[in-house]
Design a protein around this ligand. Structure first.
Ligand code: HEC
Length: 156
């Protein structure tokens, strides 16, 4: 019995570093590892960006050109911001084979700036929304610079 306890506790101790530093790289598929229910659709990066980001970006650019005149226009602005910001979370399920850390950094920075746009827009503060929007695009473009050789540099 004592021997059994000894073996079990040794195994337990051996498991500690394994639990603390799982050998699977957490960066490879951070979201799908955390929750296997999340299953990105089988589309390539080009179709993903075109399908998820292009339309809301184009609408948002129009919304951001001048202060929204009514509630419906503010709602449209918030909606497109939310789509883009949450879209950045989905980028975390689509890491490139190389430089994944940089991909994550650009995605989370774009998302966080998007969250700032959203909360400023919720307060109907146009100057603040516009400032955060420009910041968001700087982060979007930083990724395009690094991973797209500077193609698709977006104008605010
Ligand atoms: C982590 C990297 C990354 C981030 C962050 C990112 N993008 Fe992209 N984006 C790409 C890549 C890669 C492409 C090129 C896809 C292709 O054509 O192969 C692209 C292409 C695009 C295109 C061109 C789509 C087309 O084919 O016409 C638009 C528009 C776009 N992104 C908008 C955005 C916006 C807006 C943001 C920020 C809210 C953003 N992207 C953030 C990686 C990123």
């Amino acid at each position: 019995m004592r021997y059994l306890l000894f073996v079990l506790s040794t195994l337990g101790l051996l498991a500690v570093p394994w639990v603390l530093c799982p050998s699977q790289p957490t960066l490879a598929h951070p979201v799908s590892l955390a929750d296997p229910q999340i299953k990105p659709l089988d589309v390539n990066m080009h179709d993903f960006m075109e399908g998820m980001f292009q339309a809301p970006y184009r609408r948002l650019k129009v919304s951001m050109a001048k202060e929204p005149a009514d509630n419906a226009l503010w709602k449209q602005l918030r909606s497109d911001t939310l789509i883009l910001a949450e879209g950045c979370n989905l980028l975390l399920t689509r890491l490139p084979e190389k430089d994944g850390e940089d991909w994550v950094a650009h995605s989370t920075a774009s998302r966080d700036a998007g969250a700032e746009v959203y909360s400023a827009a919720k307060q109907k503060d146009f100057a603040k929304s516009r400032g955060a929007y420009e910041k968001m695009l700087t982060h979007c473009n930083a990724c395009h610079k690094q991973f797209e050789n500077g193609k698709h540099i977006l104008e605010p």
